[in-house]
Design a protein around this ligand. Structure first.
Ligand SMILES: [Zn+2]
Length: 230
């Protein structure tokens, strides 16, 4: 896609402000808010996180995962999504929910139904839009990789970093669900098994990378403190 045709956060925010007053009021009174973000190393797709004002901190955590945790994942893991993100619609709308009635972690939507984005608008230029939902709280109770995740927990139990580890682990799960659903948007015919394998591989590799990075700084600190007794 030509760079000039890419939607920018500013253009989307200006578009939202330019909606007719009755629509803006309807969205505002309904508690609807929008947060726009990009993968740190990419100019597309632009991700719009549609959420309730009550879920502002959940939306901020998802944005942090897209910006920071994606960027810190190993290059080879990010490359597995290169074609998918390249072919993704320029605008990806994420409806952030706490839970889904069906219990799923997320779904791709066949049609865009988030009110301001239903009608294509010139703010989005020729980008095209795709939509999904993500059940944020449900992801918290999801046993992604029970055996290896449990083993990692044990490595942090001895240290004081367990809480930090769990926060990172949670954001990487949310990020892997987002990538999984973008994969479905781009390749709707790809079988679930291969889409899942790719997203779990991303989660596993990114988490292992985080653990190695963190453990090496932890043991450095411990070694330093022990050396005083040497
Ligand atoms: Zn799936």
């Amino acid at each position: 896609m030509e760079k000039d045709n890419l939607p920018t956060p500013g253009a989307v925010e200006a578009y939202l402000r330019s909606l007719p007053l009755r629509i803006r009021w309807r969205l505002w009174l309904g508690g609807r808010r929008y947060l726009t973000t990009l993968f740190l190393d990419r100019t597309a797709p632009l991700v719009v996180i549609a959420h309730s004002f009550r879920d502002a901190s959940r939306a901020a955590q998802l944005a942090l995962a897209i910006e920071q945790d994606w960027f810190l994942a190993p290059a080879a893991s990010r490359e597995a999504y290169e074609e998918i993100l390249f072919k993704a619609p320029g605008l990806v709308i994420v409806q952030l929910r706490r839970k889904n009635l069906c219990g799923c972690l997320g779904h791709r939507h066949v049609l865009v139904n988030e009110l301001p984005f239903v009608v294509a608008h010139e703010a989005f230029r020729a980008a095209g839009a795709g939509e999904m939902d993500i059940a944020y709280d449900r992801i918290g109770t999801w046993a992604a990789l029970p055996i290896s995740d449990g083993a990692l927990d044990a490595r942090f139990l001895a240290g004081s970093r367990l809480e930090e580890f769990h926060a990172e682990q949670f954001r990487l799960r949310v990020l892997s669900v987002l990538l999984h659903e973008i994969n479905h948007l781009v390749f709707p015919q790809e079988p679930e098994s291969s889409v899942r394998e790719r997203s779990l591989a991303f989660y596993r590799e990114a988490l292992a990378h985080y653990v190695e990075r963190t453990i090496s700084t932890m043991s450095f600190t411990i070694d330093r403190s022990f050396s005083r007794f040497g």
